[in-house]
Design a protein around this ligand. Sequence first.
Ligand SMILES: [Zn+2]
Ligand SMILES: [Zn+2]
Length: 424
Amino acid sequence: MTTNKSDSDLPPEEVPEKICIDAEEDRFARFKLIAWWDQEKLRRSRVLVIGAGALGNELLKNLALLGVGQVFVADMDHIELTNLCRSVLFRPGDEGQPKAMTAINAAKKIYPDQNSESFMGNITTSLGLGVFRWADVVLGGLDNREARLFTNRACLKVGTPWVDGAIEALQGVVRAFAPGDDPCYECTLGENDWKILEARRACSLLTRDEMEAGRVPTTPTTSSVVAGLQCQEALKILHDLEGVLYSQAYVFDGLFHQSYTVNYSRNPECQSHEALDMIFETGLASSDTSLGELLELSKQAFEQLDVGIENNPENVYSLEFGRDIIESLHCANCEESQESFVVLGALTIETARCPKCDGERSPSLINHVTEDSPILEKSPAELGMPPWDILVARYGELSIGLELDGDKELVLGRIPANDDSEVL
Ligand SMILES: [Zn+2]
Ligand SMILES: [Zn+2]
């Protein structure tokens, strides 16, 4: 409470009404009239927004208006002329600029005290899981199942809730997923979804440049409604309120106003729910440590866990990358293999071709190492893994995460990395 004069200095009839309501009149004063609202909590909150398209623009605009203090946004595209009719943060002349950077800079003009950073790239190949763990909540402004599936698995692994949004013409869907055993995004996928995912995987050697991105008809009105609802769910999650749309979908029907809610059920076959027993912050950077050192570190970590590790000779220590990595490319024509470490999906079609005969080469993939692996000398960065990632070490039934948080400052950029505020 900061006013120049105390109330007692003024005759009762001269006490301005607004001071009676809230002496600390600032830009957020009206929010504070809501009983449960905690502006300081929002200022300290961390939100990861994935996608800076039609939904992402609205999400970022809302987060800025609400005074959310730390926002990280990831998107892989540049602005095109056709984005201008659906994106509140883009202006004529922004064409060709990265969407994420342009959107977050425009949002900062709405709320200059926001600490924010943008990332341009494909989240499935290039965004470390550390960012997902850093976030209190993840908001999806995505347009494909592959990125949703990756986001879902990343969030479950590190224990972060996420709110998905989808739009088409005058219809939209909002749904929230909590970490743990409740129904998750993957639980909702049907046979047709998996067919589409498989088709994308079959051409996963190609980057998205070569794949025709789904062109869904969307309007700024629907994206505004859906992103508004997503941000409201985020507000409830950040304030620890009840009534979050967890394991449910709110289907918005803007055409006939037959909006409704559906409940999802848990798919017992779903593979996404395995949370890590513990995540260790190693302080190491992805380029400064070797897989061998990390494997050694995981052994010590398992001992620290103190869960009575049995010396079962069948158990081996292994370190999983969490993404498929291409280790070599083989040309059947030339009968030659070339070592080439890159995350599957990040390889361009040109690099995949044989430099001798220009034929297609087939990749051999790895997703983990054990103590007898020939590549233990290599660093995660040399394998093409993104910075600030979390590797999963396993021994028998136990699994722990090893967070390469030595990269944290590099990834967070303008967002202070050492913010000791615990929000949730
Ligand atoms: Zn599931
Ligand atoms: Zn060849």
